[in-house]
Design a protein around this ligand. Structure first.
Ligand SMILES: [Zn+2]
Length: 389
């Protein structure tokens, strides 16, 4: 396979609109999974589904398949997620006169991550229809990515056979490659005080809200250094102004690229919570959950070289990026599968201004085809250090 087939802009438009018309918030991905399954079935590819849906209370599991080409392999796994953040209005995607996909209603478009799904499906249709030999590869479609990479965390470790992986789930013009992403720790603190009438006998009360406020006020939040940040994003507590509140919960996070620094920052947040509880005379339960781990792939890593070669083959300039958030790539890298996260052309994701140009979608499909074509030249040799982590 020295050339790649030419994507059809009409078919990409049809696929993308078909996918983005279907609502698929986290844990309700069945309808969009059915579109993926029937599209792959019509080009003779059998798809597998795991039991993640049952385990996490969703209606669909993770999907994956091997698209068999010539020779050995698969060499490369391509990944996208099926879910979107919840839409605040209906999904009525259109392609406007300027060649840009938008939702005509004030809500997300769902290009995150349906741009990737459309590109992966169309690339597979083209390769299967071409009659030309192509290298074997895998496709992975995860569920509940948006709620903390839940689907991929439940994916069995032995599902993917490929030595390299590319997740297509970063916003920005095609050509960007996320090679570094942070680790994230979530914090949940539940302050338990004592309720009392605020006017009649306030001295009997112990305010959980005041304890939470003291804790937050004493934390270092925001950007702590170039690679570390902390935030308290949610506070719940109290029932009425005339009741000393006996319950208050705060939710926060910290993220960073250095695990030791992150451990120190999260320990400081826990200290602030516990100190404030003692000062206010309330009890507190505090919980830290390590949501995902950082990764950093070196420029010499085979999967990074593969991405660069594929982007150059497109005639674009590759740019190596550091992400501020996590993706399925964090989990796959954490399992020892070297995984990049690629920019897909989607813009302003998770907002009503989310959009994607048809030109970018076409470029993304071509990028997928070049990645598949070039993957056999970049598979790590036995005994070499593949991760560069
Ligand atoms: Zn996404």
């Amino acid at each position: 396979m020295s050339e790649v087939p030419r994507p059809s802009r009409e078919r990409l438009t049809e696929l993308f609109l078909m996918l983005t018309r279907v609502s698929s918030p986290s844990r309700s991905e069945r309808a969009v999974a059915d579109v993926v399954r029937s599209c792959l079935a019509s080009c003779g590819v059998e798809i597998h589904e795991d039991h993640t849906g049952d385990v996490i209370g969703g209606d669909c599991g993770n999907l994956w398949c091997v698209v068999r080409g010539e020779g050995s392999g698969p060499h490369l796994a391509l990944g996208a997620h099926l879910d979107t953040v919840p839409a605040t209005d209906s999904l009525e995607p259109v392609l406007d006169e300027a060649g840009v996909f938008r939702n005509s209603r004030p809500a997300i478009l769902g290009a995150d991550d349906k741009a990737a799904i459309a590109a992966m499906l169309h690339a597979t249709e083209l390769l299967k229809a071409s009659g030309e030999p192509f290298p074997s590869y895998e496709l992975l479609f995860t569920v509940s990515e948006e709620t903390g990479l839940v689907g991929v965390k439940h994916l069995a470790e032995d599902v993917l056979e490929s030595p390299l992986a590319a997740v297509l789930d970063s916003s920005g013009p095609v050509g960007g490659v996320v090679v570094k992403a942070p680790s994230m720790v979530n914090l949940r603190a539940t302050f338990r005080g004592r309720a009392a009438h605020a006017g009649v006998e306030p001295e009997r009360g112990r305010s959980a809200v005041q304890a939470a406020a003291k804790a937050i006020a004493s934390m270092h939040l925001g950007r702590l250094d170039r690679e570390t940040s902390a935030n308290v994003g949610v506070i719940h507590g109290g029932v009425a102004t005339n009741v000393v509140p006996d319950l208050c919960e705060i939710l926060g996070e910290c993220r960073g690229h250095d695990e030791d620094r992150l451990a120190a920052v999260s320990a400081e947040m826990v200290d602030a919570v516990q100190r404030a509880a003692v000062e206010a005379g309330v009890d507190v339960d505090v919980e830290l959950v390590h949501e995902f781990h950082a990764f950093a792939l070196s420029a010499r890593s085979p999967v990074v070289r593969l991405a660069k070669a594929a982007i150059v083959a497109l005639g674009r300039e590759p740019s190596m990026l550091t992400a501020g958030g996590g993706s399925d790539a964090n989990v796959l890298n954490g399992r020892g599968l070297p995984t990049i996260n690629l920019d897909t052309g989607m813009m302003r994701v998770h907002s009503p201004e989310e959009h994607l140009s048809l030109d970018q979608l076409e470029q993304l499909c071509l990028l997928v085809l070049h990645l598949i074509r070039l993957a056999p030249d970049h598979i790590p040799r036995a005994g070499s250090v593949v991760g560069g982590l």
